[in-house]
Design a protein around this ligand. Sequence first.
Ligand code: HEC
Length: 129
Amino acid sequence: MKIRFLLGSAVLAVLSFPALGSPAQGQPQVSYKNDVAPIIHDYCLNCHEPGGKGYEKSGLDMRTYQSLMQGTKFGTVIKPGDSFTSILIQLVEGRAHASIKMPFGMSGGLAKDKIEILKKWVNQGAQDN
Ligand code: HEC
């Protein structure tokens, strides 16, 4: 009796184990280092580091998490947890004004899936993860 019970719970534990490893509610955590930084590197950095025209005009240096969170000379561009009011997201979505859509001058703008990654990261708290 006792042995059967133990065996049963061992099988149950093994069967439910994969569920523990998968992210809650199908919302994988977006990583700054693995997901966000590569997009910035490919689409933003050449203008948003010292010497680039985005940096020279706005002061926004996107080389590190810290400098990104510092924002422009006028203030922050990311509001953790709130992609809707984050200026950076407004600009990549072209919600602010078409003439300052980011990446600046890129026809068609940033691909939808990449915008989604940035939005999710901000909504999940814009962590240095
Ligand atoms: C070709 C150059 C260029 C690229 C690439 C670029 N930017 Fe910019 N960015 C600019 C310029 C120029 C400004 C200043 C715009 C202005 O003030 O008129 C700016 C300003 C900004 C600002 C500050 C706006 C403000 O409130 O003053 C944000 C946020 C921004 N860029 C985000 C991004 C993001 C995110 C990317 C990549 C997805 C990106 N930029 C790529 C040139 C660029």
